[in-house]
Each structure stands twice: as C-alpha cells, then as structure tokens.
Design a protein around this ligand. Structure first.
Ligand SMILES: *Cc1c(COP(=O)(O)O)cnc(C)c1O
Ligand SMILES: [Zn+2]
Length: 428
C-alpha cells in the first residue's frame, strides 16, 4: 500500500533513519490529516486519533517464514526498525492456534480454532502492543515506560521495562485482582494503586503524560504505535491457517483497539497479496456489566456513551472506550455484530473452555466463549463457517472468578481406606 504523503509531512526531527521501518507518517482516523512520526496521538486539526501509515515494500511469505518465532517476523509491517529482533524485548507472539474440535462440537460449530494468547511472556495479548510501544519509546528518546492499566497491560509494561533495563510506572485501579497486582510488582516497577475505576486512572495518566517529559505512556502518547502491535494477531492467524483467512472471528473488546487492528491486519495481508481476498466477519464480545459499545450497536448509534463498569471481567472494564466508534464501523462493515454476556455466563464459559480444550482462560476468555455461544444461538455466526476466537489472557490471573465454583472433591487423611471409602461412594 503506498501512502499518499502530504508535502507538509516532514521526516521526523531528531529520530534516526529507519527508526520506524516502513512507516511513513501518522494519519487522523477522523479527518485524514497527516502528522509526522513522533510522540503524537491526537490530530492537530480535529483532535481525532492518529494511526500509523506505511509505504510497504514487497514482502513475501518465505521472507516472513524465515524470521524469528515472535511478532518480529512481521517487522516489515510494523513501525519498528528492521533490526528490532536484536533489541532486548520480551519477544512476544507466535502463540499457538489450537484446533478446538471439542469446543466446536459442544458449541455446534463445524471448525473452530482458539488463538491462545495466554502463551505470551506475561500471559496476555498485551505483550504484543507493549513490545511495539517500547520500540517507539526508545526511538523517540522517551526513557520511562508507563501506563494506566486494567491489569494485564501493567504486567506487560513492567516486564518489558525490566528486560529493557529502563524505569516503569504503572497505574492501576486499587480494586484490581491480587494476582495482577503481584504479577506487576515482582518486576520492581513503580506500581501505584489509584482509588478509582479504570476510567479515573486513565484520566490521571493523560494529565501526567501532558506534564512529564520523557515518559512513554504506552496507550496514551505512543498509542498509535502500541495499537499496531495487535495487527500481529491477524498476521499469525492467517499464517497459521496456511496463509488463509478464516470466515469469522470473535474478539474480546475493552478499548476496541485489538478488534480494529485485527481488521486492519487482514486488509494489509490482502493488499500485499499474502492471502487471497475474502470476506471476514468480525464479531466483538463485551461483559454486560461494561458493554457501552453493545449498547451503541443495538441503538443503531455511531457514538458510544460512557458507562460505569461493574463486571468480574476487569481486563475489559473500560467504560469509555477510545476506539468504540471504530469497533462499530468494523462490525457493521464486515457483517458482524457486538454482543455481551453476564458474569454468571462468563464463569460458566471459563469452565467450558477449560473442560473441553484444556485451556484455562481469564474472564475475558469466558466473555468471548460465552458471546460465541450466544451468537450461534441467535443465528449470527454461521455454524459451517471456519471460526477463530481469541483467548487473550490467563485464568491464573483471575482465580477469584472461579474459586467459589471448583475445588477438591473431598479432603481425606493420608490412608488407603479413606481413599477407597471416598472412591466407592464417588463412582457408585
Ligand atoms: C486489554 C485486553 C483486551 C482488550 O483490549 P482492547 O484492545 O483495549 O480492546 C482483551 N483481553 C484481555 C485479556 C486484555 O487484557
Ligand atoms: Zn483529524
């Protein structure tokens, strides 16, 4: 895809040549106005969100296949330098695409794959976006990695900064799951718990980002680069299917960045001739207790009214989603839909994924499997279509969600008779 460059878009000042690979500029998603590559995230004309634009060279399947087994095999399609794989990052990505025949049979689908992103270095898809944000931060001379987070992002930022040998500051809601707090704090990050929900944390982060020079808030001032990391989910799914696109996907939605970038990733592969063009229907999944985009979708609106989150799916608890309108655009344009399930259904579907496929997903995974079942029941998902769902995080980080529902079948003294007593009654 060749970008049409405004004459006003000058090469970035003070940034080394090739710092952003084949990326050429930032473009406003609302009005199209272009900005140079830099620590910019809002359009100077209309304050709309900025997105990275490229001038891609010819890239072949063989070139990609010869690359590292991480997101860096797609470096030519990301805003990162060509030698990115030599920098110290957590090297996320290339997680397994599980042929989920048992869950498919249980749901009544012909063919289902689970893209299991719990296999990333800090056990969620956030390692992908943080790795690209870290590269941008380094190239822009920003030396503190920071974020407001619903949990997983804090884990990924803290780990990536530790490995890169730079400082990190992570802001999280104080009511976050204990597992996610500890799994950030171990990296010796400056973890600050904020008395408020994610939207309060995010607002505070924006204020700090406006004042502190040299800080890269991965999902605020370097958000355009961060967001590009999610495209690698689309690239991997296509490559792992043998350079083919699936018919339909179900994707968990918080800010909506992941969903919109998976759509962008597919269209780039088509334009580069790496996969055959075909329609891919994209579906979004939210928890009922935080479903602002579902509400807008069902009301037929283009704007998303913020809500106050109240759900166990804390990683998806963003009441004011930055990419909400773009999620609506993608699901409507591709013939998909965005739907929600309640917390009880989330728990049931965490267990369903575990019991059918041996995959222990976090609450976001329960949301995605639950919404998949609902979309089938409503006749929105084609049971004969090849389907991919994303398991974006690890159940070990949200143990409280299932702790009251599962446990030992019995507790016995360490004696054989005690065991046989139990076993007789148990199997009878
Ligand atoms: C952050 C997150 C998401 C959604 O990300 P967005 O890009 O903000 O929509 C999904 N699942 C998990 C586990 C996450 O941590
Ligand atoms: Zn604009």
């Amino acid at each position: 895809m060749t970008a049409v460059l405004d004459t006003q878009v000058l090469p970035p000042v003070g940034v080394r040549a090739g710092a952003f690979g084949n990326a050429t500029h930032l473009a406003c998603r609302a009005c199209g106005a272009q900005s140079p590559l830099g620590p910019f995230y809002a359009c100077m004309e209309c304050f709309g969100p900025l997105e990275v634009g490229y001038d891609f060279p010819r890239v072949t399947r063989a070139q990609i296949e010869a690359g590292p087994k991480s997101i860096w095999r797609y470096a030519p399609l990301l805003p990162v330098p060509a030698d990115i794989a030599t920098f110290r990052s957590t090297d996320p990505g290339f997680t397994r695409l599980v042929d989920a025949g048992n869950l498919a049979a249980d749901l009544g689908l012909r063919k289902l794959h689970v893209k299991d992103d719990s296999g990333n270095p800090t056990h969620s898809f956030k390692d992908r976006v943080v790795a690209v944000a870290l590269s941008a931060a380094r190239e822009l001379g920003l030396n503190v990695l920071a974020c407001p987070s619903t949990g997983n992002l804090a884990n990924a930022v803290a780990a990536a900064a530790a490995r890169a040998g730079i400082r990190s500051v992570v802001l999280v809601p104080s009511n976050l799951e204990q597992q996610k707090i500890i799994a950030s704090a171990v990296y010796d990050t400056t973890l600050i718990a904020i008395e408020g929900n994610y939207d309060d944390v995010n607002k505070l982060a924006s204020e700090i980002a406006g004042e502190e020079e040299g800080w890269a808030f991965v999902n605020v001032n370097v958000r355009p680069y961060y967001a590009e990391g999610s495209k690698t989910l689309a690239y991997e799914i296509a490559e792992q299917l043998g350079w083919r696109l699936p018919d339909q996907l179900v994707i968990p939605v918080a800010s909506g960045s992941q969903l919109t970038k998976i759509d962008k990733g597919f269209s780039e592969l088509i334009k580069l001739g790496l996969v055959e063009d075909k329609p891919v229907r994209i579906f979004g999944a939210q928890a009922t207790g935080c479903s602002p985009i579902v509400q807008a979708y069902e009301a037929g609106q283009d704007v998303v009214a913020p809500v106050r989150p109240n759900t166990i799916a804390k990683s998806l608890a963003i009441g004011n989603p930055a990419d909400g309108p773009y999620v609506l655009d993608v699901v409507r344009r591709t013939g998909g839909r965005i739907a929600d399930v309640d917390d009880e259904t989330v728990v049931r579907n965490i267990l369903r994924l575990a019991r059918t496929e041996g995959i222990f997903g976090e609450t976001a995974g329960g949301v995605t499997v639950g919404v998949t079942a609902k979309l089938i029941a409503d006749g929105d998902l084609d049971p004969d279509g090849e389907t991919v769902i994303i398991n974006s995080g690890d159940g070990l980080k949200t143990l409280d969600a299932v702790a009251g529902h599962v446990g030992p079948k019995t507790t016995i003294p360490p004696r054989y008779e005690a065991f046989t007593d139990f076993w007789k009654g148990y199997t009878a």
